[in-house]
Design a protein around this ligand. Sequence first.
Ligand SMILES: [Zn+2]
Ligand SMILES: [Zn+2]
Length: 319
Amino acid sequence: MTQAAATGTIGHDLATWQRPRVTGGPFKQMFFTWFQPVVLLAMIAFWTFAPDRYATFAWAVGIGIALRLICLVLEWVSQRHASWQLTWKELTTDLFYVGISYTLVKYAGKHIGSDAAIDAIKHSFNLHTAWAGHWPFLLQVFLTMFLFDFGQYWMHRAMHNWHPLWLTHAPHHFITQLNVFKGAVGNPVELFLIGLGLGGFFDFLPRAALAAGGISLAIDVYNHANIRFNTPRWWLYLFNSIEHHSLHHSQDYDSTRCNYAGTFIFIDRLFGTCIDDESELVGQEGGRRMSIREQMLYPFLPLRRLLPLGHDPQAVPAE
Ligand SMILES: [Zn+2]
Ligand SMILES: [Zn+2]
């Protein structure tokens, strides 16, 4: 438990936590109450029942882009905080990082990431796990999602507890507002580390991996989005949310040390790191906005102190 939680300055009892509701008429209320559960059910149904010709990587990418664009529109229809309103500058920066995560980070993950390493280990020990592909399909999907999130929980928690890893993750915490594409903003080294996982040990069906990606997205796409939903309590109990994740982005470092899971907040509940609360004021160093250049160089700052390489990017003024 963090100091702020222990002293009672943050955190609610989930059962009695009163959150601001969506403003507007009955249709808008219904839409923003049911949107998240209905999209999740639709995603599960699609990946379970769609014919093979639709259960492809191209469809997974297409659905992912469509869902993000819908969220972009919803940020305008039911805005969470006016102070997080997207500007052209923010959107351009975000899309730069989306481009990097779709290309550079994916490429590195594929060739030097955990799946490549696990393949090599399985090959040298002559391990075969094809039996995993005969398990019930939704079990394969859930295990893929859970193993990935369990790994990223511990990696993320380590990033908040060990300085060399924090340096790779800190740029993500320097974002000064939350929007749908902000999940991609960060140093590429961090995005690579977070992508490591143990799921590659099981030879689940390729379709299970696509389904896991799609269903995870239907849960965690809202974690950075500036959208006000009437999110059901059971959702907040099981899944990560903008509430939990905005608290994780708090300006005071102590309040960031909770809610580490990407998808399943119940992992935080299991390990005592969940705090049910939210924050509007996000960022680090009082909300100083980092330039892209500084975000790229930040993990390597200690090297600059060792070597006389010129100016410390820390000295670059905020824009
Ligand atoms: Zn973090
Ligand atoms: Zn975040």
